[in-house]
Design a binder for this molecule. Structure first.
Ligand code: ZN
Length: 352
């Protein structure tokens, strides 16, 4: 049987219901407590699965409903990190954030996301993707008062992430994606080359499921919108990192395309890789039409074969209103259906 072309998926996060966390904000605190919180997270995950299935998304995520933030949501389960004495740090070379500190050896006392994956696996028959923060982005989201060596710290995290990823794979995850927005910061390009890719490959080492990396221009928050204004008429950050990723063992790359100034021909630098093409803008509450999504997919098809193109969102949708995110899920699936039908028609014509 031939594989479905243009399988849709999302970068990772979805907005949380208002009964779980304050809507429309990053790092929103949880509203319920104790066992009610655990139950509320599970219910929110079930809804995230249903919403994606109903919209027609093919490869499902848990919408990151059990995490407050894609980086600290993992770190808070580790030992050696002090969350009580936060420090202000300029992260991604873009904005100040209150971040935790590394104060001792990093240890993972127990698996972090096993229960989340068991739930996700039990709730759907679709292929599932699970996202983890990438080692370099983790290092960029905390203050290191212990190792005092970013490359070494990244490698410590990579080992921990690898153990986690192997367990999640055993529980039935089809795709493990590491989120590395830090790869897109101009000032880090040398670090990406000298240790970022190595740490990423260490995190993905030995996995038999699909391995992916997500590199984007960030959520649609004000600091990112301002940053994008400084990047000029062409965003060429991917030009530095894609050739490095093309040579790596990572199989899939999730990138930002729709409404961005990324020259699409840069996708050509990812020869041989699966490409998750961002066809949904997460920086606007305007819901795309299916035709707009289709146009972005068609444009990307000039540089990647249909069997290797996965229509996706530009980034996570957690700060968006829920109804907007739901509309965008439907638009994404509908846009992919349009292009799929066109490809089927063209193939039938060729056969005649
Ligand atoms: Zn992103």
């Amino acid at each position: 049987m031939s594989k479905t072309l243009l399988q849709t998926t999302i970068a990772g996060s979805l907005p949380k219901p208002a009964w779980l966390a304050q809507p429309n904000q990053l790092w929103a605190p949880w509203l319920p407590e104790g066992e009610s919180l655990s139950e509320a997270k599970r219910d929110a995950t079930r809804l995230a699965v249903r919403d994606q299935e109903r919209a027609g998304i093919d490869i499902l995520s848990d919408g990151e409903q059990s995490r407050r933030h894609f980086v600290t949501g993992y770190l808070e389960h580790l030992k050696g990190i002090d969350f009580e004495h936060l420090v202000t740090m300029h992260i991604r070379q873009r904005y100040d954030a209150r971040v935790p500190q590394v104060v001792g050896p990093i240890v993972r006392p127990r698996p972090v996301h096993s229960d989340d994956v068991r739930l996700l696996r039990a709730e759907t028959d679709h292929p599932i993707k699970f996202t983890l923060p990438g080692p370099m982005t983790i290092v960029d989201t905390l203050h290191d008062a212990y190792y005092k060596d970013r490359a070494r710290l990244a490698m410590e995290f990579a080992k921990i992430l690898n153990r986690e990823a192997r367990e999640l794979e055993r529980l039935g995850v089809n795709v493990i994606q590491f989120d590395e927005p830090a790869f897109n910061v101009d000032a880090y390009v040398d670090d990406v080359r000298s240790w970022g890719i190595e740490a990423l490959e260490r995190a993905a080492d030995g996995l038999k499921c699909k391995t992916a990396v997500h590199i984007c221009y960030g959520y649609g928050i004000q600091a990112n919108i301002e940053w994008k204004k400084t990047l000029g008429s062409q965003w060429r950050q991917y030009e530095q990192t894609f050739p490095l990723i093309a040579r790596s063992k990572i199989e899939q790359v999730s990138l930002e395309c729709h409404n961005s100034k990324v020259p699409l021909e840069l996708i050509g630098l990812l020869k041989g890789k699966d490409v998750m093409v961002g066809a949904i803008d997460v920086a606007t509450e305007r819901v795309e039409t299916p035709e707009e999504v289709a146009r972005t997919i068609r444009a990307a098809l000039k540089f990647v074969a249909p069997g290797k193109l996965y229509p996706c969102t530009n980034c996570g949708m957690v700060p968006l209103p829920r109804a907007v995110a739901l509309g965008k899920l439907h638009a994404l699936a509908a846009g992919a259906r349009i292009v799929r039908a066109e490809l089927a028609k063209a193939a039938a014509r060729r056969k005649r």
